[in-house]
Design a protein around this ligand. Structure first.
Ligand code: MN
Length: 378
């Protein structure tokens, strides 16, 4: 009972993180706020590092690497936990705003793997940043405050949806149909595109932006609802973005709870996982290697020796057995709710294609640590 109470208490802060961090940019801001509260400071590669020092690198506001320097030298290796902070969503296209039949819309391009039909007829919020030509950035977050308006993608009423309902699920709502309804009131005195012009006037009044500023914006549409207890027994959490804040948040708080590690502890909160880890804030970039190289240089350690002796848990969500869809799971090897964190030796498709396939030694090492520490895992 005490353990369940502790878990419930931990999850209250996790739910706050879910609400504060619906996008990768917001996740970095929230994580930096928590890290600074726990004594982390921006990493200065020219400064000497000693055991117990706590540093972070904010990579362009979209990914974050943090480290607590250990007692052992970096040549003994570091312990790394890596998780991602981007989630599937609808992004605005560079030229998104249009009017059709006296309704104003924002045209979107979906990001990551979504079931498109799930994004209709549900309240949505708009998050992100608009960078003007002079370089000033305007932060946008509309639809999260209870007083804010929300947006939606309309669906077809059942009586007119006969043809739609006969399509296969990937085409019930097509990607190009994901247009966000954002207005219907005309700007007084205008004839053409008066609804669109009214939206532009509102955007200009509130944010000082013009239509051309959409070209240099990153605006993301996500579900507007907040994290909630799920179930009469409140045993679960219903929220947007568990994947992968459910790993990112513990990877972060684990650092806070271990201020004097033997081995240097590194947490990586990565962007762009949902679309192949590409780009300067994804794991395919040089950001992590550069950070590790800078850390090693501060101790005069060779990077390759450090990496060779390092250990990384690549964290992400796994699918737990759902009896509603039992036939897609292999019961003997599926993860189950309430049986602890899932340790996945490999993923990959068909003949393990694309899998890293952790070695028996690696899995043995991790299960040994978990069992000695009383960690519930499966
Ligand atoms: Mn994931």
């Amino acid at each position: 009972a005490a353990a369940v109470k502790a878990a419930d208490d931990y999850c209250k802060a996790y739910m706050q993180f879910l609400n504060d961090a619906k996008t990768e940019r917001e996740a970095v801001c929230a994580a930096v706020r928590l890290a600074e509260k726990n004594g982390f400071v921006p990493f200065d590669p020219s400064a000497a590092l000693k055991a117990g020092d706590k540093v972070y690198v904010n990579n362009r506001g979209k990914s974050l690497i943090l480290a607590t320097i250990g007692k052992k030298p970096l040549t003994d290796g570091v312990s790394i936990a890596a998780a991602h902070i981007d989630s599937p969503r609808l992004d605005l296209k560079p030229n998104p705003l249009y009017e059709d039949s006296e309704l104003a819309y924002l045209d979107t391009h979906y990001y990551g793997g979504i079931k498109k039909y799930q994004w209709t007829a549900t309240p949505l919020s708009l998050h992100g940043v608009v960078v003007k030509k002079d370089g000033t950035a305007v932060n946008v977050r509309i639809g999260e405050d209870d007083k804010d308006p929300v947006f939606c993608v309309t669906d077809l009423l059942p009586h007119l949806g006969k043809e739609q309902m006969e399509r296969k699920a990937t085409e019930v709502v097509k990607g190009e149909d994901l247009n966000l309804l954002i207005g219907s009131r005309a700007l007084a005195g205008e004839e053409d595109n008066a609804v669109k012009l009214n939206i532009l006037a509102l955007l200009n009044e509130k944010y000082g932006i013009t239509e051309a500023d959409f070209l240099s914006a990153e605006l993301e549409i996500v579900p507007a609802f907040k994290a909630r207890d799920l179930g009469l027994d409140r045993s679960m959490i219903g929220a947007y973005g568990h994947d992968d804040r459910v790993c990112a948040y513990p990877a972060l708080t684990a650092l806070f709870e271990n201020p004097h590690p033997a081995y240097t502890a590194v947490t990586v909160l990565a962007d762009k996982e949902e679309i192949g880890s590409m780009g300067v804030t994804g794991m395919q970039s040089a950001a992590f290697d550069t950070f590790m190289e800078d850390l090693c240089e501060a101790q005069g350690a060779a990077l390759r020796v450090c990496l060779e002796n390092s250990f990384c848990l690549s964290a992400d969500v796994t699918a737990a057995y759902d009896p509603n869809f039992g036939d897609v799971y292999e019961k003997k090897n599926a993860a189950y709710l309430n049986y602890g964190i899932g340790l996945c030796k490999y993923t990959g498709a068909r003949g393990k294609s694309g899998a890293s396939d952790a070695s028996a030694e690696t899995v043995g090492y991790v299960r040994g640590i978990f069992d000695r520490a009383g960690v519930i895992w499966q």
